[in-house]
Design a protein around this ligand. Structure first.
Ligand code: E4P
Length: 212
């Protein structure tokens, strides 16, 4: 499973660049950086050699397509994030025909993911954390998407998004999702286990007793 980082923060991306396979951003994440959007996307593309999702903010298909073409010029690794709406899916179809990769975002049901794949999306992002927050089961949605894509041989890659904790990453991997996009703080937690700390501590203490 590939690991993306879900942030627009350059320091976090630089620190984790050795590990990650790509980056996802969204307007909320970009707004925290207080810098021009395209400048941030360009800088990220210079750090990470993998897909970098940049989101459109137009809500009509022609507007989305125009923004997407503009963003795609920044770097070959830019993937255009398009919201799951009827206009969004029209834009995805047009952009796919032009060879511009898209990541369909704000996906909360397997039917939405089916439509995204049918329209030629390169990636689809089910938001598991937000589904859980609303009383659903985000991983059930991911499991259905995995089955549906396998049934029909869709090549759209599934990005498990809105990840809140390490268990989401584990479940994504068990279900065979292609990618999990993970916030910096959750990425840090993936390295940790209390018994690892205890074990290191004991080994180092015992090592002091070894004659040198
Ligand atoms: C995905 O691409 C989104 O940027 C992100 O995962 C949204 O997560 P949130 O629900 O924590 O805002």
């Amino acid at each position: 499973m590939k690991l993306f980082i879900d942030t627009a923060n350059i320091d976090q991306i630089r620190e984790m660049a050795w590990l990650i396979d790509g980056v996802t951003t969204n307007p909320t994440l970009v707004s925290r950086e207080n810098r021009p959007f395209k400048e941030v996307v360009r800088e990220i593309c210079g750090i990470v050699n993998g897909p970098v999702s940049a989101e459109v903010t137009a809500m009509d298909a022609p507007g989305m397509i125009a923004q997407a073409r503009d963003l795609a010029k920044i770097h070959d690794n830019v993937v255009i994030k398009i919201p799951m709406t009827a206009d969004g899916m029209q834009a995805v179809k047009t952009l796919a025909a032009e060879g511009i990769r898209t990541n369909v975002t704000l996906v909360f049901s397997a039917n939405q993911a089916l439509l995204a794949a049918k329209c030629g999306a390169s990636f689809v992002s089910p938001f598991v954390g937000r589904i859980d927050d609303a009383g659903g089961d985000g991983m059930d949605v991911v499991a259905d998407i995995v089955d549906i894509y396998a049934n029909y041989g869709f090549t759209t890659e599934i990005i498990v998004a809105s990840v809140r904790h390490p268990h989401h990453v584990l479940e994504a991997a068990l279900l065979g999702a292609d990618i999990a996009t993970v916030p910096y703080a959750v990425l840090q937690k993936l390295f940790n286990h209390p018994l690892t700390d205890v074990g290191i501590d004991r080994f180092l203490k015992d090592w002091e007793k070894v004659p040198k």
